[in-house]
Design a protein around this ligand. Structure first.
Ligand code: ATP
Ligand code: MG
Length: 171
């Protein structure tokens, strides 16, 4: 079966949860899923939940868990580069049917790796693998190469009223 390239972007809520939903659905079909979380670090509720599916879903984090402001540090870049290398080896291993690069759009925007690095991943992807890239601000060059692009459009978000990310709902 042919695999496609998905992008979940935009300012509204739902990018990460859409990717996680797809991971659960794929696992239900018996597919193996690899999730790389860029930028982020920490035992978010989804990481805890996905441990129940550890035979099929693998999650690895390649961020330092701090918001990268201005120029990223060498450690931020190193962590993201590690993730990129891991994704390449995961793609070539053929072990996983679904590969998710969480917040990779943001990592590219912060120049933890280049847009060209992401384009290279898309072009080396074996044709049967489904690749999902999430995060706000997807680069137009990535959008052009993708097969499916969904923009989560913020109509309203309680974040604007000062509601912080809540355990079990946003993290
Ligand atoms: P979810 O993980 O709930 O599916 P998402 O992946 O679409 O959401 P991100 O862009 O990853 O959302 O946002 C991470 C966090 O940033 C949110 O949990 C929220 O606390 C915060 N945030 C700030 N501004 C916004 C906004 N306009 N919309 C959504 N989240 C926002
Ligand atoms: Mg997210």
């Amino acid at each position: 079966m042919k695999g496609y390239v998905h992008i979940y972007t935009g300012n509204g809520k739902g990018k990460t949860t859409a990717a996680l939903g797809l991971a659960i659905r794929a696992a239900g079909a018996g597919y193996k899923v690899f999730i790389a979380q860029f930028i982020k670090m920490g035992e978010f509720s989804e990481i805890k939940a996905l441990k129940r599916f550890s035979d099929l879903i693998t999650v690895e984090q390649f961020g330092l868990g701090r918001f990268v402001k201005g120029r990223p540090s060498p450690e931020d870049i190193e962590a993201a580069q590690k993730g990129l290398a891991k994704i390449k080896s995961i793609l070539s291993s053929g072990e996983y049917r679904i590969v998710i690069m969480e917040e990779a759009n943001v990592a590219a925007k912060l120049e933890l790796f280049s847009v060209q690095d992401l384009l290279d991943i898309i072009s080396v992807k074996p044709k049967e693998i489904e690749l999902v890239i999430t995060g706000r601000g997807a680069d137009p060059r990535i959008i052009e190469k993708a097969d499916l692009v969904t923009e989560m459009k913020e109509i309203k978000h309680y974040y604007q009223k000062g509601v912080p990310a809540r355990v079990g709902i946003e993290k």
